[in-house]
Ligand binder design. Structure first.
Ligand code: FNR
Length: 381
């Protein structure tokens, strides 16, 4: 077992263990990847004020996100195809999140189904939905979420027109992978992944196959999503979803103050400042830059969260200081999953938590409630 000290160690291990097309699917952004990179880089530029001679006993990072207690202000972001990073990936990640004490979000584009997660866990989980042309299919999916006891619906608003990732095109991404020569050569070096995958039946889109017509593989999925993702989405459609769902509604993909105000006015219990991990609009600002004006504008009326680029507990603390009352992590969890399965996700969460706790202490605080912008060096954010 290699020594793992940080998320970057998990990323390197995942790079060695996960087949190239699925590793690249996660470690990529749209077009030039400039937004993908700035999500991470802009955190690095924000500096913290070191404080001393403060009683640092009895620290806690516990918060509430959408009414759910979380051991730290982090939930697992919806990530498509987690079950291709590691067999049964969504189940393993949901279990790790439950044991650790943070919420898990299942993507519409997951390999394991809503029902699989409900069976494998006891804590209520969240489900992520896109606006689809077929409203009956959406109603059925929302009905399955209710039956599974999901406690929140995350409506993603930033992918009605998909972005383009060059790596996926070059790799010819398919689910399951097509047996081309290049793929077979790559798989020959990923024996552990192949062995684990041979022992599960979950190798397709569990939420869609059998529930939505015409989806059996990646090719039919992309045809289906091009046809089904509704490019005409309006705030009236958000109202429609609000009427279908009595639980918490989280609107994801908000990057603009005007949209944040509209989201709050249309009944969002929380909004996620998100650029989809740099996978949609290249040249959008990093989320840590977009966050402060949004938190100032609507933070008192709705919960403001953010995601994108979080690779250390320090990033979580910086986001909190700038007004985020929660964060979502995508790749930090995905790398753990690809590297070491459930144990890797647990390791990722433990490391983020420790980094958050120790950094909060070095900034002179024992509770997140007292942390604000005053922990940051002026002029660096
Ligand atoms: C995503 N994301 C995403 N979002 C969503 O609403 N539905 C989805 O199915 C997916 N799928 C997906 C796949 C992969 C491989 C990645 C990396 C991301 C976006 C995700 O929820 C989140 O916004 C970003 O991952 C946050 O950035 P970091 O933490 O990955 O840097």
């Amino acid at each position: 077992m290699p020594v793992v000290t940080c998320i970057e160690d998990l990323r390197k291990l995942a790079e060695r263990r996960v087949p190239r097309m699925f590793y690249d699917y996660a470690d990529s952004g749209s077009w030039t990847e400039s937004t993908y990179r700035s999500n991470e880089a802009d955190f690095r530029g924000i500096l913290l004020r070191q404080r001393v001679a403060v009683n640092l006993e009895n620290r806690s990072t516990q918060v509430s996100m959408a009414g759910q207690t979380a051991k730290m202000p982090v939930a697992i972001a919806p990530v498509g195809l987690m079950g291709m990073q590691h067999s049964d990936g969504e189940i393993l990640t949901a279990r790790a999140a439950e044991k650790f004490g943070i919420p898990f979000t299942l993507s519409t584009m997951s390999i394991c189904s809503i029902e699989d997660i409900a069976e494998a866990t006891t804590a209520p989980f969240w489900f992520q939905l896109y606006m689809m042309r077929d409203r009956d299919a959406m109603t059925r999916m929302i009905g399955r979420c209710k039956a599974a006891g999901c406690s929140a619906l995350v409506l993603t608003l930033d992918l009605q027109v998909p972005g383009q990732r060059h790596k996926d095109l070059r790799n010819g991404l398919t689910v399951p992978p097509k047996p081309t020569l290049a793929t077979l050569i790559d798989l020959a070096t990923k024996a552990r992944w192949c062995w684990n995958m041979s022992r599960t039946k979950r190798r397709s889109f569990g939420n869609l196959v059998g529930h939505v017509q015409a989806v059996s593989n990646m090719r039919s999925l992309s045809a289906w999503s091009t046809e089904q993702f509704d490019p005409r989405v309006s705030w009236q459609d958000v109202d429609w979803v609000r009427r279908q769902w009595n639980g918490k509604l989280i609107l994801k993909g908000i990057m603009d103050v005007e949209d944040a105000k509209l989201a709050a006015a249309h009944g969002a219990d929380a909004i996620v400042v998100s650029n989809h991990g740099g996978r949609v609009l290249d040249s959008a600002p990093s989320t840590i830059r977009a966050l402060p004006p949004i938190a100032e504008a609507v933070g008192s009326t709705t919960e403001v969260w953010m995601d994108g680029g979080i690779r250390t507990g320090q990033d979580i603390l910086k986001a909190w200081a700038l007004g985020a009352r929660g964060t979502l992590i995508g790749r930090a969890a995905v790398y753990g999953l690809g590297a070491l399965g459930e144990a890797g996700v647990t390791k990722a969460l433990q490391m983020l938590h420790k980094e958050l706790d120790v950094t909060m202490a070095h900034c002179g605080h024992t509770r997140l409630a007292s942390v604000d912008r005053s922990i940051l060096v002026p002029g660096t954010y």
